[in-house]
Ligand binder design. Sequence first.
Ligand SMILES: [Mn+2]
Length: 340
Amino acid sequence: MEDSAIRIADRLISFANTESAVQIFPHVRVDGDSLGSAAAMALVLRRLNIRSSVVMDEPIPERLTFLEIPEDLVIIYDPKRKDEYCKSQGIALAVDCSEGSRMGKSGQLYDCCSEPLVIDHHISSGESKGFRYIDPLAAAAAELVLRIIHILEDKTGKKLLDPLSSNCLMVGLQSDTGRFSYQNTTPETFRAASELLENGANVYINAYNLFDLTNVERMRLIARAMSEAQFFFGGRLALTVVTQDMIRDCRATDDASDGLASNLRDIKGVVASFAVRETPDGEIRVNIRSYQPFDSAAFASSFGGGGHQRAAGFTVTGKQADEVCALILEKAGEVLSDRS
Ligand SMILES: [Mn+2]
């Protein structure tokens, strides 16, 4: 495992003082960990005189703009310019995911690299020709990026973390551990957090922006979705639907129902919760949260999605929300019905 980290570091350093860029790819619908980890990696590489940017389909979402990532660090992928980008790309690096299919359209650019690198903490079945540093025991990709940065510091003798890159990684840790409260939080997570704090991260401002800050439109949408939630299998499965009509009625934004599945899981007795929401494109996006013995990742993968044991998701096209709910209940019944 550590061996692949060293190989990745060597590969990255080989692009110093060249025209070829190390392009870094977070997953679609970026979260604090994928964006924070990718941005920190790009910032650190730039300090080593390596051309590097974060490549995404869409601009940084509003809720993560507090990070103040410089605009020129991010390339918004334009499929029309694929050939041009491809030419200048020395190597592609996936962060917090391991396949082009998780990156939206940007995956086209990732896939044009013949030996892409991977830094991820999701269990992955995919194969790749490039080096893969995957550690499912890491709480966040940010922990793994920090380990790579340590190797880069050892090899170059330079101090590479600054307040912004430290804070980007801290946002990754705070996001993926639910501000250091989920079961994935380990002594290493706290050691990493301690180092990042010493280098200028701001845990308080991050927590406020990531977890506390809200608005009345979102509160109204969540209240409505919660009051319409339904319970099955003796109260062990909770499910609610967020339609585009509801979002419009509440004048909320499309990401306003983020966190809803977690809210549902907090209800006593619930072991699996589902937030089923219509996207503006007419797809159905399902977020899953769970406790033992319900495996969210396994459930999501049977619908072509992915994630972690306690938090996962999938997207369905060409079906209505109520059809998707019926499929969820049928599938969940295989795990939950025997005990109710
Ligand atoms: Mn992550």
